[in-house]
Design a protein around this ligand. Sequence first.
Ligand code: AKG
Ligand code: FE2
Length: 316
Amino acid sequence: MHASQTSKQLPVFDLSKPISQSSLSLACKEWGFFHIINHGISQELYRKLRSLSCQLFSLPYDLKLKAGPTSSTKTYTPRFIASPFFESLRVSGPDFYASAQSSAEALFNQPNTELSEAVREYGDKMRILSKKITQILLMCLGKDFDTRFKSEFSNCEGYLRINNYSLPEKVGKGKDVEGLGMHTDMSCLTIVYQDDIGGLQVRSKDGKWLNIDPFEGSLVVNIGDLLHAWSNGKIRSSEHRVILKECRNQNRNRVSLAFFWCFEDNKVISAPDEVVGDELKLYKPFLCCEYLKFRENSERGKFEKVGFTVKDFAGI
Ligand SMILES: O=C(O)CCC(=O)C(=O)O
Ligand SMILES: [Fe+2]
């Protein structure tokens, strides 16, 4: 193991049981990352989505560009933008089915009902899960905050990014390869399904990388910049990345499903006084879409080295 890495494990929360608010608050303060189990998303649905999206990712490059950055749908991100190993397809809510169908039509020249149905099922389940987790997080932030501030989150919506990582054949001993460079998420919260290959890492407060090892039945939840700012920094939006290990089997790839739960574009994000309490306000109020624009512009051409966060944008 690399010297700057640690093998400590992130806390695991069982959603079928009452959650210890103090443990969750601690996890959010310390890591901004935790595992959940008994979340109601079946392994089967993941497998189905994985195999259907692999069909899509195995299309010829020219065809995939029909949904690429210069196409009208712009849902496909080819390799060599985030990293040489990373490509992804984005599907947006609220109508996940329609969004998947429009990408499928661009890519296959015909609808793909099986894929669109699976995406709809996954997206709809993630929406329910995101609402539930948001509610639990609000309860951790203060007494009755889940009811008092529910309306602030009532227009949240999600999008799903299906990420496909090819594994490097030769890396060199002891060397790591970044599949996705260090970044924070531009969401309220993100729910990640990673496969058994692993490689997701979170950066601790003192700059060490912690491996987030996958285990059967678990999903990873992390806090994004929007909720971090809304909570006046009370919960962490941590830097994370994906590291790939050498793999001789070229048929093996790593697939992750990242679901981003976000405020609506025209939401003004400002930490409520009750949340700020006696502390200093850390962020100026800002418009959600303005922050997303700031990040997109900063990322252009250097997606793999994102150094820009909400602190750079709205920090006081
Ligand atoms: O692939 C993963 O495990 C995480 C992906 C991620 O961090 C992202 O898509 O923002
Ligand atoms: Fe991320």
